[in-house]
Design a protein around this ligand. Sequence first.
Ligand code: URA
Length: 189
Amino acid sequence: MSSWEDLEALCSECVKCDLHKTRNNVVFGVGNRNAEVLFIGEGPGEKEDLKGEPFVGRAGAFLDDMLKIIGLSRKTNIYIANIVKCRPPNNRDPHNTEREACFDWLRAQIKLISPKIIVCLGRIAAFELISGEFKITSDHGKWYDIDGIKHMALFHPAALLRDPSKRPETFVDLKELERTIKSICENTL
Ligand code: URA
């Protein structure tokens, strides 16, 4: 297995799909590489592409606020990555070919982190990591055991900004996440 340093160096030069042609930076991931809880979003937007860090725009600030409610932070106890590591132009959904081309990087990150819990942020991460049948409106907040890792999806923070009526359900999901972290993680909360 490659080290974090090798993986990040290789990923920063990736040309496996056309997204490399328009990127400013590869957005590899951020946070604690020994985290027990891994959050996975969809792909970088404009601000993330410029800074090289996931979730640094408005949705990112909202995500940080959500995490804080249950004592989580990218600075201490979680890691955050995306399904695709380069920005899709005009913030369109990443194409299947791009998701497939990028998936090996995420798979390697998951292997290195070896998380107990994966939290998918939004429908695209849930579709790729939980099930092709996943419906975010009905399946958010439920647990799925996949390869010995507990998976759950939350509404994407950008969706919560667009539609505040979804926030109470997300609060319930966050409390469920907190409860499960307390019961199966040793070093997180
Ligand atoms: N939305 C995502 O899904 N990921 C980011 O990094 C930023 C916005």
